[in-house]
Design a protein around this ligand. Sequence first.
Ligand SMILES: Cc1cc2nc3c(=O)[nH]c(=O)nc-3n(C[C@H](O)[C@H](O)[C@H](O)COP(=O)(O)OP(=O)(O)OC[C@H]3O[C@@H](n4cnc5c(N)ncnc54)[C@H](O)[C@@H]3O)c2cc1C
Length: 418
Amino acid sequence: MPATSNHATTHKLGPLGAEPELSEMGQMVQQTVHRFAEEVMRPIGVKLDRMTPEEVIAPGSPYWDARKKYVEMGFGVDGLLELEPAERATTMCILFEELGWGDSGLAISYGAGLLPALMSAVLGNPFCRALAPDSKLGCWAITEPDHGSDSLDANGMILHPQGAYGRPNCVVTLRGDDVIVNGQKSAWVSNGIVADVCILYCAADSGAGVETKRGAVIIVPMDAEGVSRGKPLDKVGQRALNQGEIFFENVKLSRDHILAGPDQYLDAVYAIHTFANAIMGAVFTGAARAAFELALAYAHERKQGGLAIIRHQSVASRLFHMFRKVEAARALARRVVHYNFTSPHPSLHAAMSSKITATQTAFEVANDALQIFCGNGLTREYPIEKIWRDARASLIEDGCNEVLAIKGGYYLIDPDLL
Ligand SMILES: Cc1cc2nc3c(=O)[nH]c(=O)nc-3n(C[C@H](O)[C@H](O)[C@H](O)COP(=O)(O)OP(=O)(O)OC[C@H]3O[C@@H](n4cnc5c(N)ncnc54)[C@H](O)[C@@H]3O)c2cc1C
């Protein structure tokens, strides 16, 4: 239909699409975080993307400037937990969508950064919470060099019938008055090289040999004697997110540092994975939205055949499918976070559905955006190829999507119907 038609009306949605009007607080959060995402995260994310991993975390790097400004915004764990659950759900969805819109690598750095504090607060452990105040940067160390997908399937739900977990790379000994940690975690630990405090999930030996299903969760100050770190990882996407190995050599801590013992280990894995996957849903909705908005703007500017390319049907239709997918990812992210924050039984497979949907959406939408930018999309002069690389990493982090889907499918099995 020609643009001059009387029927060609434009209906502009707000920044969060077909979102019912936000509360005053919701609007304030959205505007504040959006400003931070646009003015601080976007430009700094692009700079960090072009730096070496060592430069990203060196003193004076813009990473630290962005981190300082993020902390100053005041989205601390206690403040978030004081909100009533439904409001907390909306606030966290808006917060993490906007952060993901700014730079998904930095958004993951901030999300992973709060995990020791959040889990200590949620599990009601004041000693551990004091070790992980909001000002300290946290990390979550669960995967190991020999156990990626295995470690996130701690209950062995999808273990192959002919398979075996094998030797863990990191073990905490829980005999006696102290806990002693030995071994290492994978090079993939987000914030691993820079974190001040770590929430460590690992196998435990409480006297009956090393057990992987009856592991332990320990809050480890990263300056404890015997803790050391590897080199920051050089990778294709989310380069603003520092990652690296952590080594533990006879790290001796008092038993107060135990956040969850062998009897609570599987519940603690379930709880952190449920939270992390749900937040990933919001972050990568934001990354997808960023790619969509950039492509939409470009399609109005770029002319071919004497017309803005959005007037070509294939471009308009591609943009519409991108818009539709972003809306769907956001709707699911909201729904799942809301359900999990308000239900007495948060659902891991609901969280997995949001994580897979949002990350797959971010990758597809960034890929479509790149096609709309065409030749320009391939160059580093334009922002799309970075978002595309960042989104590619998201299909693997926090459990690769294939493995999450298998495990999610197993949660659908109803033994009463078999
Ligand atoms: C950006 C990013 C951030 C991350 N952040 C953290 C972090 O903060 N903390 C942390 O501890 N880890 C982190 N990780 C690690 C991440 O959780 C793992 O990479 C992920 O769980 C997959 O493990 P893997 O890479 O070892 O792959 P593997 O487990 O070796 O899998 C290899 C392949 O085999 C398939 N496969 C494996 N097991 C099965 C199975 N049972 N059934 C069917 N197929 C299977 C997988 O689908 C995959 O294609 C991060 C990773 C990335 C990319």
